[in-house]
Design a protein around this ligand. Structure first.
Ligand SMILES: [Fe+2]
Length: 486
């Protein structure tokens, strides 16, 4: 997989991707450790006076604009922004024609202090009752300082609705982060599944923590104002700073980033779910209680039971800490969550589990370790057709740099791994097929590296059952018993 696939004819690439899917996803052949060597830009944050952090002109102009899904099924968005000078109304004007804003909604405004930093006025406005598959234009702010953006709502929930997600993790605000963001925007994906560790502002002290949360939100606005980013929390959102008198976890994050947790019957914005097009996406918090009987455990149990693969065939789980990781960095940190939830992931045939945390890329085979129970069973993960594919994309490009050391030899569960920056895309075609790509940032260029066709765990696995069901309807009934006979 060291070859640049972009130089090959497209028909040959499709055949190759299909072959890769058989060999990498379903079977247990030897995994690949990429030896690609890259010239890495320094892992330093971009200086605050760089234009990527530019404050929009005008008195009280809205800045740090970002949207996320606002309900369970994709007919609402939450629009958030910050004004610096005064609270001003949290009003969103919107409509389906440019410069004609027929509708408006009013949200809420709040602010907070963190150590001696005073936040701007943070606005959140739910815009609901939208039509599916429609482009909306929206306007926020007042007078000459008003700003306009647009977004596209997803197709109606439908098992065959095509949809493309991007997957980004551990982004930060370095030159490598900028490269990842630019490459992601070029990909044409429609929404981001973000797997935690947003700004890395917690690497700073005192007032600079708040300032770097602000700069990060301005940095990503070129994407977040136009399409929903589905947020997951990472360790860099915890920000437990007793030395600064800040001991309430996730405080900066929670003021700034809303999630539609109530619509998903969750009791916390840190774990929730959305349905979008043909996908059911479950977001978990690696840094909140998750063991048996905790609120997150009870919610996940109920949410998994609510998943309807006939309506949303693609079941995707997001979390920050990977369950299967063979990098030296953060090795085994996901073991506690694995021991609690892996059995459910296999039982419900989750298609994909995306995580971040490790600053490198890795993909697993379909494997599970659910038969081991301390007193008996094989303690190693084994091939399991019902298990998800685990993918780590903590390679957004933050100031901590790459995790370049992998465990040697490569464990049997690891299919492909490479310590580079990049992002992924998941292109859902219909209820049975999706194509997946991991794209490396290669000296400023985007290079497609790890690609495969994914067969849906529910629909591909149930072909035989559905054939039987179909035949059952056609089969003659036994007159005495009423049971179909073949
Ligand atoms: Fe992390």
């Amino acid at each position: 997989m060291q070859t640049n696939m972009n130089v090959w004819p497209s028909s040959f690439r499709i055949v190759l991707i299909a072959l890769v899917s058989f060999s990498f996803v379903n079977c247990g052949s030897a995994g690949i450790t990429s030896s690609f060597m890259r010239s890495e830009w320094p892992s330093i944050d971009i200086p605050l006076d760089n234009k990527v952090f530019e404050v929009p002109k005008g008195y009280n102009a809205p800045q740090q604009v970002h949207i996320t899904q606002g309900d369970y099924d994709g007919k609402a968005v939450i629009i958030s922004w910050v004004t610096r000078e005064e609270p001003s109304p949290s009003k969103v004007q919107y409509g389906i024609s440019e410069k004609q804003y027929k509708f408006s909604n009013e949200g809420t405004v709040t602010n907070y202090t963190f150590y001696k930093y005073d936040s701007g006025y943070i606005h959140h406005c739910l815009v609901d009752g939208l039509e599916y598959d429609t482009k909306y234009y929206y306007k926020i702010g007042e007078g000459d300082s008003a700003r306009t953006f647009w977004f596209q709502t997803p197709p109606k929930i439908n098992p065959d609705a095509p949809y493309t997600f991007g997957i980004i993790g551990d982004l930060g605000q370095t030159y490598n982060s900028l490269s990842t963001l630019e490459h992601y925007i070029q990909s044409g994906a429609q929404a981001v599944l973000f797997v935690g560790d947003l700004s890395y502002a917690d690497r700073y002290e005192n007032n600079d923590v708040g300032i770097r949360w602000d700069s990060w939100a301005r940095f990503v606005e070129q994407s977040t104002a136009y399409q929903p980013w589905i947020w997951t929390v990472g360790n860099h959102e915890i920000e437990f700073f007793p030395e600064m008198g800040e001991v309430q976890p996730f405080r900066n994050y929670l003021y700034r980033y809303s999630t539609p947790f109530l619509a998903a019957r969750s009791t916390s914005p840190l774990w929730y779910a959305i349905r979008r097009a043909s996908a059911h996406v479950i977001v978990l918090s690696s840094y909140s209680p998750f063991v048996k009987y905790t609120p997150q455990w009870r919610w996940l149990r109920a949410e998994l039971a609510r998943v309807d693969r006939e309506k949303t065939p693609w079941l995707i789980v997001l979390m920050h800490v990977p369950i299967y990781n063979s990098n030296v960095a953060h090795f085994m940190e996901g073991e506690s969550m694995r021991s609690v939830y892996e059995r459910w992931f296999v039982h419900y045939k989750v298609d994909l589990i995306f995580a971040g945390h490790v600053h490198a890329y890795e993909r697993s085979y379909r494997i599970s370790n659910i038969h081991y129970n301390v007193s008996s069973g094989d303690p190693y993960p084994v091939p399991d057709k019902s298990a998800p594919v685990y993918i780590t994309v903590g390679d957004g490009g933050n100031q901590e740099g790459l995790a370049g050391r992998y465990r040697d030899p490569q464990p049997d569960y690891s299919a492909f791994r490479e310590a580079s920056y990049g992002h992924s895309t998941l292109e859902i075609m219909n209820r049975t097929h999706a194509t997946y790509h991991w794209n490396r940032n290669d000296d400023g260029k985007k290079v497609e590296m790890d690609s495969f066709v994914l067969f849906n765990q529910y629909w591909a696995g149930n072909l035989q059952r559905r054939r039987l069901k179909k035949n059952h309807l056609k089969a003659p009934l036994d007159r005495k018993t009423g049971i179909a006979t073949y």
